[in-house]
Design a protein around this ligand. Structure first.
Ligand SMILES: NC(=O)c1ccc[n+]([C@@H]2O[C@H](COP(=O)([O-])OP(=O)(O)OC[C@H]3O[C@@H](n4cnc5c(N)ncnc54)[C@H](O)[C@@H]3O)[C@@H](O)[C@H]2O)c1
Ligand SMILES: O=P(O)(O)OC[C@H](O)CO
Length: 425
């Protein structure tokens, strides 16, 4: 739409007029969400163009987003914990492990393996976190896979150098729930960096496979924050003729949607792996959406958020494509492979595997009916056979198709209090 507008009216796509027009379209959001709580920015003013961006995490999505921003003439730094990745990237403009066929923009410089120092962080306009919520590592001494809280670890270190006023614009793209605490990233930010930083944080979620973004395939995502100005800044930063953002003010809903869809993608993969066909996948997607909406509503998120790009958009994408790692985990389980082997050979993170644990606890705490998520948990953690899980889903007694719980809002209310936002309601 913007490309058309700029072409017809001969406006430069990165001009202020183009940005304003783009924002007007973006604000015509596909769903109505609750109002923003703040309009004024917390982070430092952003330059018109040429922002300095530090992308933390050089996996598939971090590298892809670094390329996306480098492509639109921002000055991008890509932090990796791996010295070899840093050296190789700066010599060849390639990331040998993730997106190996792609030649990256010369506007990107890899940094690491240590986290950049305070002076460097202060100099950045934007910090973009593309680190998984937690990371699985094979611990030789205990001979098993163990989860490490990747985002919490990085934010704790980073907070020492983060200015408390006029900090860089903060953007998070991970889709998961922290194991052990069941915390969303918003809560991890409050715990590690304080409420003011969390109120300014923005979250990007939606149907967005990294490899398609680097090929500039038309893509749209949701951008949510409690602060409208911060969401708009993120929108402006990411906007490209092939990339649109829709802003919203329900970061809790956006985060939940992104985390939950991964669990249902595992279920859809299982069904396909078992040899079931289109009817069954459509059933899992639709009933999955109903479960996601019930969990989100009982949690205190806005139900309509689940009808947006971060909800049904991403659910549909990941439940219907073998490009999804979560779908692939489910598919291979359905084909009879063991979970440990799948994870050890996947080569990339599938956040739904760890998120299924947190979701199970949240469902129990909120007393929400979510049979598909429960069966995914049983297969992943109690060795239930995928066929038996599907059988049990089909044997459930008849129930109402739409049965939204009253908006209880327990966990969201607590989180909102922790953010110091309850007075703003
Ligand atoms: N790949 C996609 O298409 C896509 C799209 C949207 C969102 N996401 C989300 O983005 C997040 C990252 O996904 P990805 O695809 O890049 O995963 P990935 O497995 O490709 O890469 C993860 C990267 O994070 C690094 N990492 C792990 N723990 C770290 C830590 N403590 N500190 C620093 N770096 C650490 C790893 O070394 C690796 O480079 C996930 O939450 C995912 O759900 C991914
Ligand atoms: O490969 P997946 O399953 O982690 O999905 C990637 C993104 O979340 C798609 O939007």
């Amino acid at each position: 739409m913007l490309a058309l507008l700029t072409r017809v009216h001969r406006i430069h796509p990165r001009s202020t007029l183009a940005r304003q027009a783009f924002r007007a379209f973006s604000n015509a959001s596909p769903v109505s969400t609750p109002p923003f709580r703040f309009t004024m920015p917390f982070s430092k003013p952003q330059p018109e163009s040429n922002s300095k961006v530090l992308v933390l995490g050089a996996g598939n999505f971090g590298s892809c987003l670094a390329e996306h921003l480098g492509d639109s003439s921002h000055q991008v730094f890509l932090w990796s914990r791996d010295a070899e990745v840093v050296e190789h990237f700066n010599l060849h403009h390639k990331n040998a492990k993730y997106l190996p066929d792609h030649e990256f923009s010369k506007n990107i410089t890899a940094v690491g393996p240590d986290l950049p120092n305070g002076g460097f962080i202060n100099d950045m306009d934007v910090l973009l976190f593309a680190i998984p919520t937690q990371f699985l590592r094979y611990r030789i001494y205990i001979a098993r896979l163990r989860y490490l809280n990747a985002n919490r670890e990085t934010l704790t270190i980073l907070n020492r150098s983060l200015p408390k006023k006029n900090f860089p614009l903060l953007i998070f793209v991970n889709k998961g729930i922290e194991i052990g605490t069941d915390a969303l990233t918003l809560e991890i930010i409050v715990d590690t960096c304080g409420a003011e930083v969390a109120r300014a944080a923005t979250f990007i979620s939606g149907p967005s496979f990294a490899k398609e973004i680097v090929r500039r395939r038309p893509t749209s995502v949701s951008v949510a924050s409690f602060t409208e100005a911060e969401a708009n800044k993120t929108c402006d930063l990411f906007h490209q003729p092939h990339f649109r953002c829709y802003t919203g003010s329900d970061p809790i809903g956006i985060e939940l949607a992104g985390a939950l869809k991964n669990v249902y993608a595992i279920a859809a993969g299982m069904s396909d792996g078992l040899g079931f066909e289109n009817n069954t996948r459509a059933m899992i997607i639709t009933r999955g959406l109903a479960e996601m909406t019930c969990i989100g509503t009982a949690y205190g998120a806005h139900p309509l958020t689940f009808l947006g790009l971060a909800g049904v958009g991403d659910l549909f994408l990941t439940c219907s494509s073998s490009s999804s790692r979560n779908y692939t985990v489910g598919y291979r389980l359905g084909q009879g492979e063991g979970l440990q082997n799948i994870i050890a050979t996947l080569g990339s993170v599938a956040e739904g595997v760890s998120t299924a644990k947190g979701v199970k606890r949240i469902i129990e705490k909120l007393a929400v009916k979510a049979p598909i998520a429960n069966q995914v948990y049983e297969v992943l953690y109690n060795d239930k056979a995928t066929k038996a899980a599907m059988r049990e889903l089909m044997d459930l007694p008849p129930s109402k198709e739409l049965d939204l719980p009253p908006k209880a809002g327990g966990p969201a209310k607590q989180l909102i209090e922790k953010l110091g936002l309850s007075k703003a309601e």
